[in-house]
Design a protein around this ligand. Structure first.
Ligand code: DAT
Ligand code: MG
Length: 154
């Protein structure tokens, strides 16, 4: 069992539609721990660093416009397999391929308004958490119920 940290963004459509709490609740309810969280405006520079892998693709300009169009909520989530669990809760990139019960399946209809970001793998997670959070903004803390979420045995 690997304790992982991952970056989640409630994208501008999620914030504008009043779905911040609903979306965070899906992640929080699993037992994953929120170790960083803030409302922020993404700059063009941050957007281009975050989405660097998509530069040159036809949807890139629209993607940068979207993510910088209004505030996002950035979260760093921690837990065993946090990266894969987060991706599972999000659902497929295209809402029409995301099953019911996933965030994109339940609340989205279009790929360019898909509500949520989650890091795809361990390298991306480390890079993206570092882009959105300073060390001081990530807080190590214990919860009294942690033993009921993560056992010693793994
Ligand atoms: P994901 O967000 O599921 O990791 P991704 O990394 O492939 O997906 O793409 C990043 C975002 O770019 C995605 O959330 C929405 C947008 N996007 C991807 N493919 C697209 C496409 N064909 N048309 C429009 N937007 C797209
Ligand atoms: Mg991605």
């Amino acid at each position: 069992m690997d304790l992982e940290r991952t970056l989640v963004l409630v994208k501008p459509d999620g914030v504008q539609r009043g779905l911040i709490g609903t979306i965070i609740n899906r992640f929080e309810a699993t037992g994953m721990k929120v170790v960083g969280m803030k409302l922020m405006q993404v700059s063009e520079e941050l957007a281009s660093r975050h989405y660097g892998e998509h530069e040159g693709k036809p949807f890139y300009a629209g993607l940068v416009d979207y993510i910088t169009s209004a505030p996002v909520v950035a979260l760093c989530l921690e837990g065993p397999d946090a990266i894969a669990i987060t991706r599972k809760l999000m659902g497929a990139t295209r809402p029409n391929e995301a099953p019911p019960g996933t965030i994109r399946g339940d609340f989205g209809v279009e790929v360019s308004r898909n509500l949520v970001h989650g890091s795809a793998n361990a390298d991306d997670a480390a890079r993206e958490v570092g882009l959105f959070f300073s060390g001081a903004e990530l807080i190590d803390y214990a919860r009294s119920n942690d033993i009921w979420i993560v056992s010693d045995e793994g």
